[in-house]
Structure formats: C-alpha cells, structure tokens
Design a protein around this ligand. Structure first.
Ligand code: DX5
Ligand code: ZN
Length: 223
C-alpha cells in the first residue's frame, strides 16, 4: 500500500517567523516544502541561497527544496550541499538532467524532477530509475493560492503506471499546487502519494489539524 505524505509549503506562511510557522505543523507534517524562486524561471522571488540556508538550518522538520530557478545544473548541487534532505529541479531548467540529478544523489540527498503543466510527462521517463521523486505541477509555478489543474491527472496516472510497472515503490509521486480538502482525493486516486499544500495549511485556523485532515482524506482513496 502507498504511504501518504503531506508537505506544507511555507510560501504563504509568515516569512518573518518561519521557525515558528514550521513548529505549528511539526507534529503532523512529514517534510516542509521550500519554494525557491528567482524571478527569472518564474515571475516571483522568494529566497536567495543564504536565506534558504538559514531557513533550512532553523527548521524543526526535514526540508524538501523545490527549485524554481534557471541554471538548475548549478543550483541543484549547491542546495544538495546544505542540510536539506530533498532537492527537486525542474526539467525545463536543466541543461543536463542526468548530470544534475546524479550530482544531487552523489551528495547523499533525495532527488526530484519536476515538470510544469505544459511539459509532457514523457520527458521524465528516461530518468525514472535514478529519481527519488517525480513532481507533477498542478498549477503554473510561481504563486500560491492558484486553482488545482485536474487536467494534469492523466500525467499522474501515467507516472504511477510506470513506477508500478518498474517496481519503483520507493519513488515518491508528488503534486504541488492547489491541494486542499476539495482536491487531494482527485490526486490520490490518480496515484500521487506526496502532497504539497501551501494556502490550505497556512490559511487554516489550525494548520496542524489541516495536515492531518488532508492525510486522512488522501488515505481514504488508497485501495
Ligand atoms: C507554486 C509553489 C507551490 C505553492 C503551493 O509555484 O511551487 O509549492 O506554495 O501553494 P498552494 O498550495 O497554495 O497552491
Ligand atoms: Zn512548490
């Protein structure tokens, strides 16, 4: 049976008090998802490398870095040298996908490969056996609070089939964007097991309880 994981994204948390914001979910969440944006790959900026390191080093939970930056071949390994546990690069931002994911893995970190909504899932297939996670974006990367794109579910079903067929049960299938109590079941039914949730968690009155509730809803879909 698949294990469901919930990764709160701090994109919509209070940036002035991130250690406290992370502590709010430390009893119920698996990892914290750190959205790094450079205002080039996406039209928004979040954290530079130094600030990212501060957040990573002050977090009560392991960190899953989502790099929405150009030149992922450089930044992927750079973030893998921090105390982050997982580093995801975008396919669209890599010149040499194989080299970059190998470098991250060689530094002892979990490695993920992400695809934007307009990128076919087929580009991921050649790298599947080298990956620890596949990230199918369910919004256009750049901002929190956008609407979940259910039209991405065929990509999720395809990736789930490939993983099952190859026996890659330790490779996580992550969705990011618009995950809420209303949408998580659609994603879990399609085959995802790892869910990033930003505004659903941090705009909730009780972020810790929201994480548990999201997990419970997704687990109900597992057969
Ligand atoms: C979007 C980011 C997401 C974002 C999700 O580019 O990659 O991680 O924080 O936020 P919600 O859950 O509000 O869509
Ligand atoms: Zn993200």
């Amino acid at each position: 049976m698949r294990t469901i994981r919930i990764f709160p994204s701090i994109l919509n948390a209070n940036f002035e008090k991130l250690p406290e914001e992370i502590l709010k979910v430390s009893e119920t969440a698996d990892f914290i998802h750190l959205d790094v944006m450079d205002n080039v790959f996406v039209p928004n900026f979040t954290f530079d490398f130094e600030r990212s390191v501060e957040i990573i080093d002050s977090s009560a939970l392991p960190i899953d870095v989502h790099l929405m930056v150009v030149n992922a071949d450089h930044f992927g390994p750079q973030y893998a040298r921090t105390n982050a546990q997982s580093v995801t690069v975008h396919y669209e931002a890599c010149q040499d996908v194989h080299k970059t994911i190998s470098a991250i893995k060689d530094l002892g970190k979990r490695v993920g490969l992400a695809v934007k909504p307009g990128t076919p899932i087929d580009v991921v297939q050649p790298y599947l056996s080298d990956l620890d996670m596949v990230l199918v974006m369910t919004v256009e990367p750049g901002f929190g609070g956008q609407k979940f794109m259910s039209e991405m579910m065929p990509k999720v079903r395809t990736a789930r089939e490939w993983l099952n067929d190859a026996g890659l049960s330790d490779t996580w299938l992550q969705l990011d964007g618009g995950i809420s109590l209303e949408t998580i079941e659609v994603g879990a039914t399609a085959g995802a097991d790892t869910f990033v949730a930003g505004s659903a968690v941090y705009k909730s009155d009780n972020p810790a309880a929201m994480v548990s509730e999201l997990r419970r809803k997704a687990e109900q879909c597992l057969s």
